[in-house]
Design a protein around this ligand. Structure first.
Ligand code: UD1
Ligand code: CA
Length: 457
């Protein structure tokens, strides 16, 4: 089925009190409009047009290269007027599905259900029944229960205001109907706007049937008009992610203190402690343990890995099985940790491979470095990879031992099984099996007298 999706996103979002257009505010790290587009694209054979107005340039820039057709609505004269701007981009043989850039959590089955209710002689309208319908357009039905129109709150009689079935705004029209009827909508109403909702009565007058359907959850059609509403939907979304993860076999210390702003997948029996944030794409194996207060972004984490408290991973980072990281470690882009490697506290790594079984346990910076297997890097070791202009490589071969407080001035290689004495500044390569010590020799003076305090008179 061909579906032309028109996303209305021209409104200002005054209540957000923001310099940024409303649809660019993020839910789970992705702009509201992005969530709508993701969902729209899950329908088959779709073509997406977004109607923009307020902050149009900012919105277009944010989705540059996304294959969206943009339509400008310079003056916001109403939802009917907004859809009218998109008419030239509608295919004559496609259903028109109207979505909203500020309604991010609409689900795919809901859209599929709505679209399936459209035929040559009928249209689909998504409605919900609310205890408090204030502010919404009310669905008006005749004695037989057929929908005959929608009346906006501001135009409604007291009897109509008592109706609890309301318009979500989401509707699906048969091919050509929008082109045929939108021009007939006027703006003689309380708000002086061209109401898209008027298309319902016009269609009914012409013999069309209105098939209503409902979303499976009411939050699906909730819009974001304020930061409070944004947060409400954020928490609903995060709760769903947490439940998905638990269903996949992951234990969460507290599902309300877990945030996923991207895609997180895990094998069974992993554990995530309090206050962890996952961003980008994170793939965890089985039996992974993540300590409290970790930020993990774009990482592949193998089986049986333990990430201890307060670790920050800014990927792309790859961690093989049986590795331990943290607490208080920072793994930056291009870090690869091989099996059974160990990264301890206050260690920063970047563009480096740490070989199998190697240990970098305390207070160290490893950048642009290849470390072989079973290497021990002592506390306070720094790879001096930058001369202020260029970056250079350090290589530490299998079985090498780097004493504490060593500066390795790159480019430099420490050979297989070599030893570097503590406190060394290594500027030349160390060959296999050698001991290199590069520090001032210790001088000891027996019977040394400390200076005496000079008395002032
Ligand atoms: C609209 C519906 C109402 C429904 C409610 C659900 C109409 C006339 N009324 O009312 O029946 O219950 O949604 O939330 O459609 N927009 C544009 N251009 C415009 C006007 C609006 O792009 O000229 C966009 C806005 O950015 C917004 C959406 O359309 O995302 C809805 O517009 P809004 O004016 O808020 O409609 P409501 O008064 O909420
Ligand atoms: Ca609204």
């Amino acid at each position: 089925m061909r579906v032309d999706i028109v996303v209305l996103a021209a409104g200002k979002g005054t209540r957000m009190k923001s310099a940024m257009p409303k649809v660019l505010h993020c839910l789970a790290g992705r702009p509201l409009l992005g969530h709508v587009l993701d969902r729209a694209r899950q329908l088959t054979d779709t073509d997406v047009t977004v109607v923009v107005g307020h902050g149009a340039d900012q919105v277009k820039t944010a989705f540059d290269g996304d294959g969206i057709r943009w339509v400008d609505q310079t003056e916001q004269l109403g939802t009917g007027h907004a859809l009218q701007q998109a008419l030239p981009s509608l295919r004559p043989d496609a259903i028109t599905l109207v979505l909203y850039g500020d309604v991010p959590l609409i689900a795919l089955p809901t859209l599929q259900g709505l679209v399936s209710r459209v035929s040559d002689s009928s249209l689909g309208l998504l409605t919900v029944t609310l205890d408090n319908p204030a502010g919404y357009g009310r669905i008006v039905r005749d004695q037989s229960g057929n929908v005959v129109g929608i009346v906006e709150e501001k135009d409604a009689s007291d009897a109509q205001k008592a109706l609890r079935e309301v318009n979500t705004g989401v509707l699906a029209l048969p091919p050509g109907l929008a082109a045929r009827l939108l021009g007939q909508i006027g703006n003689q109403n309380a708000q002086g706007e061209y109401y898209l909702t008027d298309i319902i009565a016009l269609a009914v007058d012409r013999g069309f049937t209105v098939n209503t359907s409902q979303p499976s959850a009411s939050y699906e059609t909730e819009g974001v008009n304020s930061r409070y509403q944004l947060n409400r939907l954020e928490r609903i979304y995060q709760r769903q992610r947490a439940i998905q993860l638990m269903d996949a076999g992951v234990t969460l210390a507290d599902m309300h203190r877990f945030d996923c702003r991207g895609n997180l997948t895990s094998g069974e029996d992993s554990f995530i402690d309090l206050n962890c944030v996952f961003e980008g794409t994170v793939t965890m194996g089985s039996n992974v343990s993540i300590g409290p207060n970790c930020l993990i972004c774009d990482a592949v984490i193998g089986d049986n890995v333990t990430i201890k408290a307060n670790t920050v991973i800014e990927g792309p980072v790859t961690i093989a099985a049986n590795v331990e990281v943290g607490p208080f470690a920072r793994l930056r882009p291009g870090t690869v940790l091989e099996e059974q490697a160990r990264i301890g506290n206050f260690v920063e790594t970047k563009k480096s491979r740490i070989g199998p079984g190697s240990k970098v346990n305390h207070l160290t910076y490893i950048g642009d470095t290849e470390i072989g297997r079973d290497v021990n890097v002592g506390a306070g070791t720094i790879t001096c990879n930058y001369d202020g202009v260029n970056k250079f490589q350090t290589t530490i071969d299998d079985g090498a031992f780097i004493g504490s407080n060593t500066a390795l001035v790159a480019p430099v290689t420490v050979g297989k099984g070599a030893t570097v004495g503590a406190g060394s500044t290594i500027t030349r390569n160390v060959a296999d099996g050698e001991l290199a010590v590069a520090r001032g020799k210790q001088k000891s003076i027996a019977g040394w007298q400390r200076p005496a305090k000079i008395e002032k008179d």
